[in-house]
Design a protein around this ligand. Structure first.
Ligand SMILES: NC(=O)c1ccc[n+]([C@@H]2O[C@H](COP(=O)([O-])OP(=O)(O)OC[C@H]3O[C@@H](n4cnc5c(N)ncnc54)[C@H](O)[C@@H]3O)[C@@H](O)[C@H]2O)c1
Length: 453
């Protein structure tokens, strides 16, 4: 890490001017990709007093944002409407306006391809969209999660194909996004931001901009280091979640409750950090990001065994959970084949409407593969949208939770622990509850019909 003092260097005139504009907040910030990451970032910059110009290829997002409407459940419309009214926030799909911003922050998706390799097509498309309008004195920052080397090896050549040079004419940096949608304790402005630049001036400029937006910046020596920081954080989570998932299986066989074990273990004031088991990994980050490093490591003839192993353990979890469910229904005297199961929660985590990579869809598919019918309830997702892998589930509607509907099902499988659900009502009226989140125990509900899995 580099101290903030250590990066006060003598800047060129062009960089000095940009720095002053960032420090006085008299600058236009362009944000490309206005999704789960880009929208809150745009709002944060607008609320800090910057003039924000958001770019997205999704016309509906652009129109709704300009009408002051949110399109993401946990982000309210009021602050968007207020920023739009004060002319601090505007969205467009006119990419010829990319010459206007002083800083361009890129927040586009970085998924895996069908062959589980990094899909940088969105990043490359964005770089190609910026290139024709790139001008001297602009700062470009990649925020999308990616493998070490992307900023330098993928983004920079496309931007430099214009004849402009990074570090001389324009400035290039990487700053990973640590947004945790739905987290009530931490939002964009209260999460420290790691920043790495392509050269000292790019670092100084990106650091100066983010210091206006977030509580603390953490400058590091290179863009690749900043890229590695983000992957390290998410690999740490993936591996630790796999570990507790494995322990859950072992302890369950021994009649020991993993959640009780973790709650007791976490009273140790040092050397232990709690992670919790679940029905499988979900979301845009933890199931995907680690494999960006796996792919890049192959270039160095290195196998990332921990990452692969964690992936295997976590991928197996929905199968394990459905096995426990089948056993429980069979033991209650009803054959699983032909039964009806209500999966509670379609989102990959609590209190959000994001279903990317959600294990709930895999669970529903596995349940139906065993001859039962799987419906779902989710207070945040009224209808299952189309997905690449689970097309057969598209268009299913969330079943309302009432005593009558609950009685219709042979089992309720709790996959997501949304707060906005009456767990007492469920336990009181369901024939059987399989709880993968320990949410019933947390709500103080004890009943012989609850099975933890
Ligand atoms: N969602 C999270 O919790 C989270 C947290 C940390 C980091 N990240 C990372 O941030 C990045 C963005 O993730 P997200 O969750 O915001 O994705 P998202 O899908 O919610 O949003 C991405 C947006 O980019 C737009 N887009 C795609 N291609 C574009 C292009 N060529 N030009 C302009 N806009 C384009 C899409 O229309 C969409 O609105 C990813 O790299 C992700 O790994 C996400």
């Amino acid at each position: 890490m580099i101290s903030n003092q250590a990066i006060q260097l003598k800047l060129t005139i062009i960089a000095e001017e940009l720095l002053e504009r960032f420090q006085s907040r008299d600058a236009t910030v362009g944000i490309i990709g206005l999704g789960y990451v880009g929208l809150p970032l745009a709002l944060t910059a607008a609320q800090a007093g910057f003039s924000v110009l958001g770019f997205d290829i999704n016309r509906s997002y652009v129109d709704r944002l300009n009408r002051g409407e949110s399109y993401i459940k946990h982000i309210p419309s009021a602050p968007i409407a207020s920023a739009v009214d004060r002319r601090h926030l505007e969205a467009t799909n006119d990419f010829s306006r990319l010459g206007e911003p002083d800083a361009i922050l890129i927040c586009v998706p970085t998924p895996l391809t069908r062959h589980r390799e990094p899909d940088l097509s969105y990043v490359k498309d964005t770089a190609r969209a910026i290139a024709p309008y790139l001008r001297r004195g602009q700062l470009v920052v990649l925020e999308s999660t990616t493998y070490p080397g992307t900023t330098d090896e993928v983004l920079k050549p496309i931007l430099e194909s214009t004849g402009l040079k990074s570090g001389k004419d324009f400035f290039l940096a990487y700053s990973p996004e640590r947004e945790d949608p739905g987290n009530a304790s931490f939002g964009t402005s209260t999460i420290p931001k790691v920043v790495g630049g392509d050269g000292p001036e790019a670092l100084a400029l990106a650091n100066a901009l983010y210091r206006q937006l977030v509580v603390e910046t953490v400058p590091v020596s290179t863009a690749a280091t900043a890229e590695a920081v983000k992957l390290t954080e998410n690999i740490f989570r993936a591996v630790n979640i796999a570990l507790v998932n494995e322990l859950k299986v072992v302890y369950a066989a021994m009649g020991i409750d993993i959640w009780e074990v973790i709650d007791a273990a976490k009273t140790k004031p040092f050397g232990f950090m709690p992670f919790y088991p679940g029905p499988g990994l979900g979301g845009h980050c933890i199931p995907i990001d680690p494999f960006y490093l796996t792919w890049k490591a192959r270039e160095y003839d290195i196998t990332t065994r921990f990452i692969e192993l964690a992936g295997q353990v976590n991928t197996h979890m929905p199968y394990y959970v459905v096995e426990r469910l089948v056993e429980a229904v069979d033991r209650s005297g009803r054959p699983f084949s032909g039964s009806q199961v209500l999966v509670l929660g379609a989102a990959y985590k609590k209190n959000v409407d994001d279903m990317r990579e959600s294990p709930s869809l895999k669970l529903m598919e596995l349940i139906e593969a065993r001859g039962a019918r799987a419906d779902y309830h989710d207070p945040h997702i009224p209808e299952l949208p189309p997905t690449r892998q689970h097309g057969a589930l598209t268009g299913r509607l969330s079943v309302p939770i009432t005593p009558e509907t609950l009685r219709r099902y042979d089992a309720v499988l709790i996959a997501t622990d949304h707060d906005d659900v009456d767990y007492r009502l469920i336990v009181d009226h369901a024939k059987l509850v399989v709880d993968t989140r320990n949410v019933c125990a947390k709500a103080g509900i004890v009943d012989a019909r609850i099975i933890k899995a």
